[in-house]
Ligand binder design. Structure first.
Ligand code: UD1
Length: 418
């Protein structure tokens, strides 16, 4: 029941070090289920979603611990078990264990996943993909039971480039016999990172980052050290914070090419951004213009995970902006809270019309999901006076003690525990 108290209105100045990406680390942790040796992941954030994933490994006899920002995992003694909702209820990414379990043990029994309530989030693409690998899948009593006794690598066509389904099918094929080709797969940087991790550990995954991925089965993976890709969504969040309120905000250890769709929009609206090979420097622009139309799309399109933060930015731009959310049907839920803070936003189905610039005002608001929650933090930084944000547990799923990074930039923010 933690909450943030934020005294807004101050300009932000300083550096933020970006750590490994949650959405890259979660599938990599799942992948460790099929590695019978020690894996060390460097520069990992401390997040409740990561902790929930580690619990799944530990409950099967795996070792998983943090040493400062290093995550050390050893699944040499992992034994498969029926993973019930106590473990899967906390996060959508619990689905990722199905692929590695099938790859290593040819069976998996997992309760339905939880996660942010941003839409229906079906799992049909995961199931169809696994069926293409000759896995028999049964869904009953809230459980997904997979029998992979006759599994073989094969061609898989995805109707939509789902990130999770692409990752699950890659992982299910790593220790399989023969070759899997995934057509119309997702191209997100986190997919490339999973493929890269698997290859560093001795697997054979080719074509990640394109719309066709090939996986050649190998006998086993080895352990080793790995630096997961940096979190482009956390970086994008601070980039937007800087464009809103930055005297000068420097993002260190980022890959600017992963943020192209956001950068383009920010620059088009007049933001002052300097890109380096591993750094971004951003300042508040005095003349922010509306961005006519933004639509969320699979990578390299505009990321749905930055949509709420970008809407806060647009609320502070002169003119009328339109945002279309194509990925998750309930992803505008947070806008009701922004309206409480004075933002002029009208939502109809998947379209939001944002009329800037109305000054945001202090308010008591509630985070109901991760990215919508962090959008409220950005809004509170802009608003004059003291805002109170409840539901901080949602923000903790994807941001490692965000209050410390913000304090470092000069934001007056306190975490209160109830
Ligand atoms: C991942 C990210 C999430 C991000 C999303 C889209 C992780 C842990 N999470 O989620 O932060 O918002 O990508 O970039 O990496 N779909 C189906 N059937 C399926 C699977 C997906 O219809 O079986 C639909 C979804 O409802 C959604 C779209 O496909 O409309 C994209 O979902 P997907 O790419 O699978 O997202 P996730 O892997 O859940």
């Amino acid at each position: 029941m933690d909450r943030f108290i934020i005294n807004g209105g101050n300009l932000l100045e300083g550096n933020v070090q970006i750590k490994g990406a949650k959405n890259a680390i979660l599938p990599i942790i799942a992948c460790c289920i099929m590695i019978k040796a020690e894996v060390t992941l460097h520069e990992c954030p401390h997040l409740s979603d990561i902790e929930a994933m580690l619990k799944i490994l530990r409950a099967g006899g795996g070792i998983a611990k943090y040493e400062e920002d290093c995550l050390i995992i050893n699944c040499k003694n992992f034994t498969p078990y029926c993973i019930d909702s106590e473990y899967t209820g906390a996060l959508r990414a619990s689905l990722f264990v199905i692929g590695p379990l099938l790859s290593a043990f040819k069976s998996a029994s997992v309760s339905y996943p939880g996660g942010c309530e941003i839409g229906l989030r079906p799992i049909d693409l995961h199931i169809t993909g696994l069926k293409s690998l000759s896995v028999s899948v049964e869904r009953s009593n809230g459980k997904i039971t997979c029998d992979g006794i006759n599994m073989k690598n094969s061609d898989v066509f995805l109707d939509f480039p789902s990130v999770g389904a692409t990752e699950n099918i890659i992982m299910a094929s790593v220790l399989g016999k023969g070759v899997t080709r995934i057509y119309n797969c997702a191209k997100e940087p986190e997919i490339c990172d999973l493929a890269n991790f698997i290859n560093v550990m001795g697997g054979k995954v080719y074509g990640a980052g394109t719309d066709k991925i090939t996986v050649e089965g190998v006998v086993s993976l080895s352990g080793g050290h790995y630096f997961p890709t940096k979190d482009r969504i956390v970086a994008g969040t601070f980039l937007i914070a800087g464009a809103l309120m930055g005297k000068e905000v420097v993002l260190d250890k980022v890959n600017p090419s992963h943020l192209l769709p956001l950068n383009e929009k920010l620059i088009a609206s007049g933001a002052s951004i300097i890109l380096d090979s591993r750094r971004i420097i951003v300042k508040k622009s005095l003349k922010r213009r509306a961005v006519k139309r933004t639509e969320t799309r699979p990578y390299p399109g505009f990321p749905t995970d930055l949509q709420p933060q970008f809407v806060v930015y647009l609320s502070q731009c002169r003119g009328c902006s339109v945002v279309v959310e194509n990925m998750f049907e309930n992803r505008f839920n947070y806008t009701a809270q922004l309206q409480k803070m004075g933002a002029d936003i009208t939502v109809k189905d998947r379209v939001a019309i944002i009329k800037g610039v109305k000054k945001l005002t202090q308010s008591r608001v509630e985070a109901k999901d991760l990215r919508g929650g962090v959008a409220l933090v950005l809004a509170s930084i802009c608003a004059e006076g003291e805002s109170e944000i409840w539901g901080v547990r949602h923000i903790d799923r994807g941001y490692d003690s965000i209050e410390k990074d913000l304090e470092g930039l000069g934001v007056q923010i306190k975490r209160l525990k109830n």
